[in-house]
Design a protein around this ligand. Structure first.
Ligand code: SF4
Length: 942
């Protein structure tokens, strides 16, 4: 193993500075829980027992990165290997960046605090182009040279994968290798190759050549671009012995692929705070703007039985309250409705709600609405993308507006109160008539919605279209910034006039997105220049630094218009032409020509194959699962039999299917696999036996999907349980180590999820988000330790309180220990109402002992101590002296400070500041503050 840090979570062995996350740094940043690690579910291996340490980086802030399912999968797969430790790292906010720089400290992984420069492999996921500057931030703060050519044997091998890897040329000089396509197998092989190489003395160049032999791996330094005088790419030349094109890796059978269900459970609120189970990869709808629809072909579904098992396991292991079925288009999953019914039957009692974040409205049935709304009406996405039939033909997203309006009506009639529509602005051939059609469609839907719900709201969210590589629109020019703004202005005026809400995406960032989507290798200089000028977190409106990018363009002489607005001929060589997604470029060109005439391409999972080139029709082909005919035993269906047999969606009388135009070519190649091994009595089995239940009623990447309000699911509420059947326990717990920096709400979430993992018999309250009846004592300031925090929980009898206490102790993180659990009267006063005073132990740094004692003496000698406190922008004077009931020295440099609870309005930080100053108030620079005692109105707490 290479020399790397200790595992005490604090110090790195790297020569250039420490990775210490000291209290002062954590107390100075806005959201310390981004940087703590230590979550339930994290894997922290002994690094002396592994061959490789791999850093997995989502190059954005923790709350974005922790929502990403792809890295969670790779984290699980790699950590399942006994000789590999996979650890997480994220980009950092400006406050943490300046804190690290100020201390000459290096960015490190969350688990073992390994300095990035000491990793064997550092892998980035490339989800969107606006995260590229964050990659440089991570390399920079990690002490890793930016460019592959600058790195030596001792540096980590820097790799990347994800959708943007399909045109990674703009960042190619920064990467040693790129994983194309499905990473499950590729990354394992790549890590083993690196580990084997580390055991030799062979050169880094030798390694890169060896990596190029791994299926699905592209090594940019072995491919050299040449340019025409006018700036266009002339050719991309491979090194001798390498193929002209590098093919992506495909996991042909998703059902057989590993899918870890244990995952770190975040403390803080992250963008998608839910369990995600991928039900399907690939989408055959053929929407021409959608890169994912082309690079992830063909369509591969996971069996409903496997999905059920994964959801069950993930909910049990994480305790997360919401789960999501992930797919580019969840409604296209053939068994979606019986699967939903089965999942809801199983998890409804635990109040686990489901969300379908990528739901095409035309695939929504009343049955789906019914199931999704059973616990909580989570959101639906309505994404017509374009307002007019004509433009929807151009993008190949044909929908019947009458059906869409009916479905919107149905959604509102079933209790949803708001809905959000997604459109794109600037699509190829778009005219102002198409924009007016957005307003017309929204108005029609709003009128229908308000027939059912007075005050119903529809918000139209509009993003700017950016042409992507490997799509038919890769030849299309992008509209410029002025035009984007003009069209946004038009929509803003017209939509507001029609009573519709309007949201739009920051138009400035779409210029940079366009450049890097279809950029070439020269864009790396632009990126580095902009980064050095201050570009960071470009996907965040508040951080996008236009001046930095302007400087980058100026220094490199590149012009955004060359990449975004230029006309491209059919035979132009693209920077990404040597990346093989399986589809023929000729096919994409023909489809671009068809698009301009509104030509339709059918869904080849339903309709005949049109030979796009992805499938070999042996191992690689569309894999779908269909429900068997009522009463029939599940059986395998080959492609011929599928066409004449049962498609669940077509058989369901309540399924509302969009009329589809006929296919234009014919050569079908679909394998359909029926769901096997249905659990007796499960909803899927009932559906198979014709016992379908009657349908009755249902609900970012940034931005988040639309949220909707709902009525309480009153039948799920059990607060009406007789008192005799209820039991209340008081839980005393502590807070120490780095988890001192968790906020009060974050601690509450830890408890809620521990209770879910335990499947504790909690009493559920009413509300939009069903939650256990769990109350907490007053909040403790972040950064302070404690041995006496309190929570109260209502449970159902019968219950062995001692056994429950032991189980709860096991479920909590070490730094949030449960110290005691005792039964208290169900109807007794809440703990917060009984507390009269807190006791804090204050430890001063030894060097300041004398000064600290003098400060105490001076404070105690005062009859009044007026201080100024500010709350919510208002300042007032408060005398804090009466609130201090005792201040006793309990050891050299330690005092016990007893402070009245609910006193004159000053907080503990104010009191500490008044006695000892700012460092004591913030518990930094050797000062330590711990809440150690509580007084109740009946006397001292046991
Ligand atoms: S080869 Fe045929 S079946 Fe396979 S993805 Fe392409 S069109 Fe569909």
């Amino acid at each position: 193993m290479r020399n790397r840090c200790s595992t005490d979570g604090s110090v790195s062995s790297t020569s250039a500075g420490s990775v210490l996350l000291d209290s002062e740094l954590l107390s100075a940043v806005q959201k310390p829980s981004r940087y703590l690690g230590g979550e339930v579910g994290q894997v922290r291996k002994n690094l002396t027992e592994v061959r490789s340490v791999v850093g997995l980086c989502y190059p954005d802030l923790y709350e974005i990165g922790m929502s990403h399912i792809g890295l969670r999968i790779l984290y699980g797969i790699l950590n399942d290997l006994p000789d590999v430790a996979a650890e997480r790292v994220y980009a950092v906010a400006p406050d943490m960046e300046s804190g690290l720089r100020g201390r000459d400290a290096r960015l490190a992984t969350l688990e073992n605090r390994v300095a990035l420069a000491d990793l064997d492999v550092l892998g980035f996921t490339l989800q969107y182009e606006l995260s590229y500057s964050n990659i440089l931030q991570v390399l920079d703060l990690g002490g890793i040279p930016f460019r592959s050519a600058q790195r030596r044997r001792e540096h980590p091998v820097v790799i990347a994968g994800g959708p943007c890897a399909f045109n990674s040329e703009p960042i190619a000089p920064f990467l040693d290798a790129v994983c194309l396509g499905d990473g499950e197998q590729t990354v394992v092989e790549l890590v083993q190759v690196v580990a084997d190489w580390r055991a030799t003395s062979k050169s880094r160049q030798w390694l890169l050549r060896r990596l190029a032999d791994v299926p699905g791996v592209y090594v940019p330094s072995l491919y050299t671009p040449h340019y025409h005088a006018d700036g266009r790419v002339a050719a991309i030349e491979p090194a001798p012995g390498l193929p002209a094109r590098v093919a992506k890796a495909i996991v042909s059978d998703l059902d057989a692929a590993p899918y870890p269900t244990s995952t770190p459970v975040p403390f803080m609120d992250v963008v998608h705070d839910r369990v995600g189970v991928e039900i399907q990869r690939g989408c055959m709808r053929g929407c021409r703007f959608c890169q994912a629809g082309y690079i992830y072909r063909p369509e591969r579904q996971r069996s409903p039985e496997t999905v059920q098992k994964l959801v069950r396991s993930a909910l049990k292991k994480t305790g997360i309250e919401e789960y999501s079925l992930l797919s580019l288009s969840a409604g296209d999953y053939n068994c979606v409705e019986p699967l939903l019914t089965s999942l809801m039957d199983e998890h409804e009692q635990r109040r686990s709600s489901i969300s379908l974040p990528s739901m095409r409205l035309e695939t929504l049935s009343p049955g789906i609405m019914e199931q999704v709304g059973r616990v909580r009406k989570t959101s639906f996405t309505v994404a017509p993308e374009a307002g007019s039939d004509r433009l929807r033909s151009v993008i190949n997203k044909v929908i019947d507006e009458d059906v869409l309006v009916d479905m919107v009506d149905e959604v509102f009639r079933r209790g949803w109160r708001s809905l959000k529509f997604y459109f794109m602005l600037g699509l190829p051939t778009e005219q102002y008539d198409d924009l007016s059609a957005i307003v017309d469609l929204g108005s029609r839907c709003l009128a229908r919605a308000r027939r059912s719900v007075r005050g119903a709201g529809i918000t139209v969210s509009v993003s700017s279209f950016v042409p992507k590589s490997h799509t038919p629109f890769q030849w299309a020019p992008q509209i410029d910034l002025d035009e984007i703004r003009a069209r946004q202005d038009f929509l803003r005026t017209e939509l507001r006039r029609a009573g519709l809400g309007f949201r739009y995406h920051e138009s400035r960032s779409s210029v940079m997105e366009g450049v890097f989507s279809r950029g070439d290798r020269r864009c790396a200089d632009l990126l580095e220049s902009a980064y050095r000028a201050g570009a960071r977190l470009d996907g965040w409106q508040e951080h996008l630094d236009e001046a930095a990018w302007a400087k980058g363009f100026e220094q490199t002489g590149l012009d955004a218009r060359f990449y975004n607005q230029r006309h491209r001929d059919g035979d132009e060589v693209f920077p990404w032409d040597h990346i093989d997604i399986g589809m023929e470029r000729k096919w994409l060109w023909e489809d671009w020509q068809d698009a301009l005439e509104g030509g339709f391409v059918p869904d080849c999972s339903d309709d005949p194959c049109y030979d796009c080139g992805v499938c070999d029709h042996k191992e690689v082909h569309n894999r779908i699962y269909v429900s068997p005919e009522p009463g029939a035993a599940p059986q395998h269906r080959d492609r011929q039999r599928l066409r004449g047999s049962v498609d669940y969606r077509k058989q369901d009388p309540q399924f509302v299917a969009m009329p589809r135009p006929p296919g234009r070519k014919s050569n079908n190649a679909v394998d359909a696999v029926p769901s096997q091994g249905l659990a007796p009595g499960s909803a899927i089995a009932r559906a198979a036996a014709g016992q379908r239940e009657e349908d009755s009623g249902r609900g970012p990447q940034r931005p988040k999907p639309p949220s909707v309000e709902s009525e309480d699911p009153a039948d799920l509420c059990d607060t009406r349980l007789p008192v005799a059947e209820r039991l209340k326990v008081e839980i005393r717990y502590g807070k120490r180590g780095q988890l001192r920096f968790l906020g009060h709400l974050e601690v509450m979430k830890v408890f809620l999820r521990a209770l879910r993992r335990l499947e504790a018999p909690v009493i559920w309250n009413r509300g939009f988000r069903p939650a256990p009846r769990l109350g907490f004592g007053p909040a403790l300031a972040a950064g302070f330790g404690s041995t006496c925090e309190f929570a109260e929980l209502e449970l159902k009898r019968p219950l062995d309180v001692n056994l429950f206490a032991e189980q709860l102790k096991q479920e909590m993180p070490d730094e949030l220990p449960v110290l005691a659990v005792r039964e208290v009267p169900v109807k007794g006063r809440a703990v917060a109402a009984r507390i009269t005073a807190w006791g804090y132990r204050v430890d001063a740094p030894m060097a300041l002992f004398g000064e600290a004692r003098k400060a105490v003496e001076e404070f105690l000698a005062c009859a009044t101590v007026p201080i100024e406190v500010s709350r919510k922008g208002k300042t007032r004077n408060v005398d804090i002296r009466p609130a201090v009931q005792a201040l006793d020295e309990v050891g050299d440099g330690s005092w016990l400070l007893k402070v009245q609870f609910g006193g004159p309005g000053a907080r503990i930080r104010d009191v500490l500041r008044a006695i000892w100053g700012e460092h004591a108030a913030r518990s930094v620079k050797g000062w330590a503050v711990t809440r150690v005692e509580t007084w109740f109105d009946q006397g001292a707490d046991a």
